[in-house]
Design a protein around this ligand. Structure first.
Ligand SMILES: [Zn+2]
Length: 434
């Protein structure tokens, strides 16, 4: 199938492109022409998509999601997860390895790739575990997983508690030219903490999860990256001080990057009320309003490299329990782009170029994937975004299996309308293609 996306503003800073142009997608899944001639259009006989008022960007890539498959398919499957991704306009996702069993061998990587190929929507790039079972004791089969197609390594969901183990892991991962993604959490400080330690934990009578429990590991892992030369990426940073550590490391020339989630940008601890809504429980927790402001600035100024959802599906009954007992995490693939459009891009706080960098360019570079550029001959992996298409987030809007998000009822400005993976339509007019 050939497509002509006409009249859209096309933005791709990788090729210095920012203008209204027609983009012709050939039936070989590649970009056949930009501003095609009448003859080229006639020969291709494409399906025409009216892009007026919309913005066409390289396909979005979320490098931090949890799809629960294998082992906890009652929460979400890979087939369901890639539906959520497509709905959000994401052509690619990287899945965290805390499945059951943990993705710590090439066999699990292969299984996940096969399931994703069968679903044939967004592409899945498995992240392998750093240590066996994410127990933080013994190296996982990193070489085996690289061969099977793992794009990066992480024990996400758990901090690696011992510096010596993390050093060994980094020494090893460096040999494969992959990045270590660290879930920064010192268990001896965090304990059973469920919300940020401070005024709100005191007011609500909930155990506190102190900012230092995160920052000490960010600082440690930056130092270990300097010691080993291994590329280091801090997952879901939440505090102003943590971001400052990353900023300083970059100024020293370290191979250090980080990411942020929409809930840490646009919510804060004050949003947790005495309703004890468990959809405000995530790990790391919502921090202060001042932290959220610092994160928004750092995302816009280039200190934070990537926007990720930390999409974490749970079954409804699991969240319908006391706050302390509920599992951490919320879904986010479907609302991630609309939230950033509404709060940063449309108000003029973030440029479209910057949006493309944090959602498409930097995550691919960090996960060692080939770049996706809007150029003739390039793979037609594209997202068409309607920035002014107001809607209210409802459970029906969510395309994955789970509905655990605090953004139900939110009124948002815009969303993805179409998405293509190598010319294969996965989202058409806001609907998941199959
Ligand atoms: Zn994590």
């Amino acid at each position: 199938m050939s497509y002509l996306i006409s009249g859209a503003r096309v933005v791709d800073p990788q090729v210095d492109l920012d203008r209204v142009a027609g983009v012709l997608v050939g039936d070989d899944g590649r970009i056949a022409a930009i501003d095609p001639s009448d003859d080229e259009v006639r020969a291709a006989d494409p399906v025409v998509i009216d892009g007026h008022g919309q913005v066409l960007v390289p396909g979005l890539f979320d490098m931090h999601v949890h799809f629960r498959d294998p082992g906890q398919e009652y929460k979400e499957t890979i087939a369901g997860g890639v539906r959520a991704a497509a709905k959000g306009g994401y052509t690619d996702v990287a899945t965290m390895p805390n499945t059951t069993p943990v993705c710590d061998t090439g066999t699990v990587v292969t299984y996940q790739l096969q399931k994703a190929a069968e679903a044939n929507l967004a592409r899945v790039h498995p992240i392998g575990a750093l240590t066996m079972g994410e127990r933080g004791e013994q190296l996982a089969e990193i070489g085996d997983m690289v061969q099977a197609g793992a794009c990066a390594f992480s024990d996400d969901g758990h901090g690696v508690q011992y510096a010596g183990i993390m050093r060994t892991v980094m020494d090893y991962v460096k040999q494969f030219d992959r990045v270590v993604i660290s879930h920064c959490q010192d268990d001896s400080l965090v304990g059973k903490g469920v919300v940020n330690e401070g005024v709100v934990s005191t007011r609500l009578g909930l155990a506190g999860w102190p900012a230092q429990g995160e920052e000490i590991h960010i600082d440690r892992d930056i130092q270990l990256s300097e010691l080993t030369g291994c590329a280091f990426h801090a997952a879901h940073v939440t505090t102003a001080a943590g971001v400052e550590m990353v900023r300083a490391a970059k100024e020293r020339g370290d191979d250090v990057t980080c990411e942020v989630c929409p809930h840490h940008l646009f919510l804060c601890e004050d949003d947790i009320t005495d309703a004890y809504d468990t959809n405000f429980k995530m790990n790391p927790p919502l921090r202060t309003a001042e932290d959220a402001r610092a994160l928004r600035e750092a995302l816009c100024d280039g200190t934070i490299d990537c926007l990720v959802s930390d999409h974490a599906p749970h079954a409804t009954h699991e969240k319908q329990v006391e706050f302390e007992r509920a599992p951490f995490g919320i879904v986010g693939l479907e609302t991630e782009l609309p939230l950033v459009l509404t709060h940063l891009v449309n108000p003029g706080l973030m440029t479209w170029q910057r949006l493309v960098e944090v959602t498409a360019v930097n995550p691919r570079r960090r996960c060692r994937l080939d770049p996706v550029r809007i150029e003739v001959g390039g793979e037609a992996t594209l997202t068409l975004v309607n920035p002014h298409d107001p809607f209210t987030v409802t459970e029906d809007f969510l395309a994955g299996s789970a509905h655990n998000t605090p953004f139900i009822g939110a009124r948002l400005d815009g969303r993805a309308s179409h998405a293509f993976v190598c010319g294969h339509a996965i989202l058409m007019d806001g609907k998941v293609a199959c």
